[in-house]
Design a protein around this ligand. Structure first.
Ligand code: HMG
Ligand code: MG
Length: 300
């Protein structure tokens, strides 16, 4: 059965906008976060403190947080940080939550972090240690949990191993990234099962599906039936990952909310306000939202 309540972890301002070719002004990014929060999205990932040469779309992280003021702070406004340099910047901006982001595969670790898996764990260790000492909430993403565009299908045991290494650093929550959207329901079940056997139960796990193959919603429901209650989604289905070929947008938040509303699962989200926000952002980006629900409800 499905849980009675699901926490939607909104990644549109980060995972969505990091992959848009259009440059979105900082003021629009801040307004996006504010409107999402007003639509009932409790947790909104706001930006990334990565090397701006790697992700120029989010080079304005400090400016966005400055514009957000108190609306960008606290444990439910995480930002991505890859290293101590990123954590320093995030702490200077006053954030209350950070997310590190590892990879289940060597090829993607190299392409996204310029490190081996081993070296990236070593890069994250002091970040997590210091973040915890500062009282921050810490999330650990693992990318390529199902398949990798260069390496093909990724063995479950390999994924569990990386997840354990990152969670052992002391992270509060794990997010399982299907970066290129190739996962299917049986695979989701097998991975959650193996994680549980490895000591990481579904109460500490979020799922992060990209909708490349149209499986994101089905996979989400499979994870919810297995006890997961945190689901990553991106308003309007924005996004992708600049360093993973063939990554398209995340599960659209509207598509998720439509399904959960229909199933009587509480999210606290006002779908109409959310759709209006995504339609507004689609206008700023100059292209229609890829979300089916946004299109249906806006007649687009
Ligand atoms: P590197 O080149 O190995 O870095 O990159 P370095 O440590 O050797 O430093 C080189 C230079 O970068 C130095 O400057 C540093 O100061 C600077 P220099 O002395 O040469 O002038 N630098 C920084 N500047 C600002 N902020 C920083 C920072 N760090 C170093 N934090 C690094 C290594 C990790 C930094 C780089 O690879 C990077 O920034 N990668 C980020 C890639 C990224 O953001 N990808 C997208 C997010 S992941 C994702 O989308 C997947 C997810 O959604 C889940 C899923 O779907 O699977 C989460
Ligand atoms: Mg992603």
């Amino acid at each position: 059965s499905l849980p009675s309540r699901v926490t939607v972890y909104e990644v549109g301002p980060r995972d969505g906008l990091q992959n848009e070719s259009a440059v979105v002004p900082a003021a629009d990014k801040a307004e996006f976060v504010r409107r999402l929060a007003a639509a009932g999205l409790g947790t909104v990932e706001t930006t990334s403190f990565v090397d701006p040469r790697w992700v120029p779309q989010l080079a304005d992280a400090e400016e966005v947080l400055g514009l957000l003021g108190d609306d960008g702070l606290g444990p439910r406004r995480p930002v991505l940080v890859p290293n101590v340099r990123g954590l320093d910047r995030a702490l200077a901006a006053g954030v209350g939550a950070v997310a590190i982001f590892g990879s289940a595969t060597e090829t993607f670790a190299r392409k996204n972090l310029n490190r081996t898996v081993e070296e990236s764990v070593a890069m994250f260790a002091p970040v997590v240690e210091r973040a915890r000492a500062e009282g921050l909430w810490v999330r650990a993403y693992v990318s390529m949990c199902f398949g990798d565009p260069w390496e093909g299908p990724v063995p479950v045991a390999q994924v569990v191993d990386v997840c354990r290494r990152l969670m052992d650093l002391g992270c509060d929550q794990l997010s399982l990234g299907d970066t290129i959207g190739v996962g299917t329901v049986g695979h989701v079940h097998r991975l959650l099962d193996a994680l549980g056997a490895g000591g990481i139960g579904p109460e500490r796990v979020g799922v992060h599906f990209h909708d490349t193959y149209g499986q994101a919603l089905a996979n989400t429901l499979a994870a919810l039936r297995d006890g997961v209650t945190v689901v990553d989604a991106s308003a309007g289905g924005l996004g992708g990952c600049p360093y993973a070929k063939s990554a398209t947008g995340n599960l659209a938040t509207e598509d998720l909310v439509w399904t959960l509303d229909g199933a009587g699962v509480e999210t606290g989200i006002d779908l109409d306000a959310l759709v209006e926000t995504s339609a507004w952002m689609a206008g700023r980006l100059g292209r229609p939202s890829p979300s089916r629900v946004v299109r249906a409800l806006t007649g687009g």
